[in-house]
Design a protein around this ligand. Structure first.
Ligand SMILES: *[C@@H]1O[C@H](CO)[C@@H](O)[C@H](O)[C@H]1NC(C)=O
Ligand SMILES: *[C@@H]1O[C@H](CO)[C@@H](O)[C@H](O)[C@H]1NC(C)=O
Ligand SMILES: *[C@@H]1O[C@H](CO)[C@@H](O)[C@H](O)[C@H]1NC(C)=O
Ligand SMILES: *[C@@H]1O[C@H](CO)[C@@H](O)[C@H](O)[C@H]1NC(C)=O
Ligand SMILES: *[C@@H]1O[C@H](CO)[C@@H](O)[C@H](O)[C@H]1NC(C)=O
Ligand SMILES: *[C@@H]1O[C@H](CO)[C@@H](O)[C@H](O)[C@H]1NC(C)=O
Ligand SMILES: *[C@@H]1O[C@H](CO)[C@@H](O)[C@H](O)[C@H]1NC(C)=O
Ligand SMILES: *[C@@H]1O[C@H](CO)[C@@H](O)[C@H](O)[C@H]1NC(C)=O
Ligand SMILES: *[C@@H]1O[C@H](CO)[C@@H](O)[C@H](O)[C@H]1NC(C)=O
Length: 496
């Protein structure tokens, strides 16, 4: 489209100036341009117009839909004092663009009087590249770039943060929640902030309708039975969710959990879980080996008595013809760092069995879990272990260099985007202490993807204690398992 516009300009340069004069940012720029026209080479003039045209198109694409008065949008945004808010950075860049064009024009005037048109042309292509880069950076720094053809009533929603996030929502409780809460007496609090900034995930703006349903309640009453809606919102990026001021529902007759010497390996009391959103209505149903009752990734993991009990303690998944396994045992992993592994995170799909076993080795493990298809969090908690209700969307809530170990299984298999995997691994690396272990447990993916995934893990430059790739025999030999135990090196790397 731009190319055709350019060609059109080329054919009718005289008209184009008149057409664009109405939209020119500053009248004086245009006047100067016109005054120089006689002295300039025509192609160079066209290039300048082209650059300005790009600039105008880019601007109008993002601003015309925003303004209440679309006709004077452009002018508004060219005056630095006209509006405050999130656009200030953009305006500064725009100012830079204009100054650059002005400077360039006067330099060009000099160059032309020295009459070396080829030098000036090459100079001009560099100049255009510069302007384009600036415009592009402006584009990416704009807060939101939604479809400009949206409904009129949603106009204000295009730049949700321009007047603070509160104005984006209609539900009063949501508006109250996201507004900054200034400290009383107007002083900084003990943490050094002059207010409290309650936060929500940025994608909350994209799931506005559901979020408003979630936030629509009576203060002080019992909340709706909507944990599933809440979880859906979290998974879709509205994470963290806003807090609420209603009482969450609980099982009607909560019975005392079993004592810790029993709870670790016993199915909990069914009454301590709210079953309304699940297909199974009790733990026996989840544990019985019938497909489609729980969560497909973990069909057996409620069967503590058979499936779970040998895990990480006995070799179970040995493939007889190959004598290979991707499962390492806890004792052999702990042997790498005797006595050093005390606390860690299990980022897996499961019922906490890893944490239960590690507890027996005097290691405290927190198990990240969400309730996909089965009450994983309740199960882990009722076993006497710590569940961490956490999605993959969030930075881990641990400080840098604090954990001795991160273990992961059945979670990051083959579906995960490489860029996301990179962010996840760097975050895990942040949290693991120097000398701490990352245990990748039976990561599986397609054979052809393996090399790319292995590159992602190698990127960490960890010391390899264990590293195996085992073919997965159940699916036409197309998938492989990968397991590794890696040690985080000290950083910054020692200079040899
Ligand atoms: C914009 O902010 C400045 C201070 O940053 C202030 O002096 C000025 O009055 C504000 N302008 C408008 C239109 O709000
Ligand atoms: C043009 O030539 C004059 C001397 O003839 C010189 O002073 C000036 O710097 C030159 N300008 C450019 C842009 O090369
Ligand atoms: C809080 O402090 C920041 C600067 O640290 C200031 O810009 C802001 O206006 C202050 N807000 C209130 C409510 O005092
Ligand atoms: C668990 O411990 C309690 C005392 O703390 C004891 O009475 C009970 O028998 C123990 N249960 C098992 C299964 O060992
Ligand atoms: C568990 O639920 C299943 C169906 O979901 C039902 O057939 C079974 O009787 C229940 N068992 C117990 C002990 O409540
Ligand atoms: C666990 O699995 C075993 C073997 O498949 C089965 O015999 C047992 O009944 C299962 N446990 C429960 C609670 O269903
Ligand atoms: C459950 O059934 C599947 C087949 O449907 C089988 O492969 C698996 O070994 C069974 N699990 C247990 C614990 O019996
Ligand atoms: C499998 O390999 C291990 C060593 O890796 C060996 O000790 C064991 O005897 C082998 N088992 C069979 C059945 O070949
Ligand atoms: C765990 O700690 C207890 C008490 O300190 C000790 O008796 C036990 O031997 C330890 N277990 C392991 C596997 O180190």
């Amino acid at each position: 489209m731009l190319l055709s516009l350019f060609l059109m300009l080329k054919r009718t340069p005289g008209n184009s100036e008149v057409q664009y004069s109405a939209e020119m940012p500053k009248p004086n720029n245009f006047m100067k341009l016109k005054a120089w026209r006689g002295r300039l080479h025509r192609p160079i003039l066209l290039l300048v117009i082209f650059a300005l045209l790009m600039f105008i198109i880019t601007l109008s694409k993002f601003y015309s839909v925003r303004s209440i008065f679309p006709t004077d949008t452009f002018c508004n945004h060219m005056k630095p004092e006209s509006r405050n808010g999130t656009g200030s950075e953009v305006r500064i860049t725009m100012q830079t663009v204009i100054q650059k064009i002005q400077l360039e024009m006067s330099t060009m005037r000099d160059m032309l009087s020295n009459s070396s048109s080829s030098a000036s042309l090459s100079r001009y292509s560099a100049f255009l590249a510069d302007i384009l880069a600036l415009i592009e950076s402006t584009q990416s720094s704009l807060p939101f770039s939604e479809d400009p053809h949206q409904h009129d009533s949603e106009r204000s929603s295009l730049h949700p943060l321009s007047n603070g996030p509160a104005d984006y929502f209609f539900i009063e409780e949501m508006r109250k929640y996201v507004r900054m809460k200034p400290n009383r007496l107007g002083k900084k609090n003990f943490m050094g902030a002059n207010g409290t900034f309650t936060s929500v995930g940025h994608a909350c703006f994209a799931v506005k309708k559901e979020l408003e349903e979630y936030m629509d309640y009576d203060i002080g009453e019992i909340c709706n039975d909507d944990w599933k809606l809440a979880q859906k919102l979290m998974i879709h990026g509205c994470d963290p969710l806003p807090r609420r001021r209603c009482f969450s529902r609980a099982p009607k007759l909560y019975s005392r959990p079993f004592p810790i010497n029993e709870s670790l390996w016993k199915l909990p009391n069914n009454r301590n879980v709210r079953w309304s959103q699940y297909r199974c209505k009790n733990f026996t149903c989840l544990a019985s080996n019938s497909t489609g009752k729980g969560f497909f990734k973990c069909a057996d993991c409620f069967n503590l008595s058979h499936h779970e009990i040998p895990r990480w303690i006995e070799q179970v998944n040995l493939q007889p013809n190959l004598n290979l396994t991707a499962d390492f045992l806890i004792p052999e992993v702990l042997e790498i760092k005797p006595g050093e592994i005390r606390i860690g995170l299990d980022f897996s799909v499961g019922t906490g069995t890893f944490a239960a076993r590690m507890r027996e080795f005097n290691v405290t493990i927190v198990s990240a879990a969400i309730n996909l298809g089965a009450p994983f969090n309740e199960m882990i908690a009722l076993r006497g272990l710590v569940p961490l209700y956490l999605t993959i969307n969030q930075r881990l809530p641990f400080f840098d260099n604090s954990l001795d170990m991160i273990h992961t299984t059945r979670f990051l298999d083959g579906w995960i985007d490489f860029v996301l995997l990179d962010f996840v691994l760097y975050d895990w690396d942040r949290v693991i202490r120097p000398g701490g272990l990352l245990w990748i447990d039976s990561f599986f993916c397609l054979k052809e993807d393996l090399d790319d995934y292995l590159e992602a893990f190698k990127m960490l430059r960890y010391k390899k204690h264990k590293w195996v790739v085992v073919p997965k025999l159940d699916r036409d030999d197309r998938e492989v398992f990968f397991s590794a135990v890696l040690e985080k090196p000290p950083r910054p790397f020692r200079i040899m």
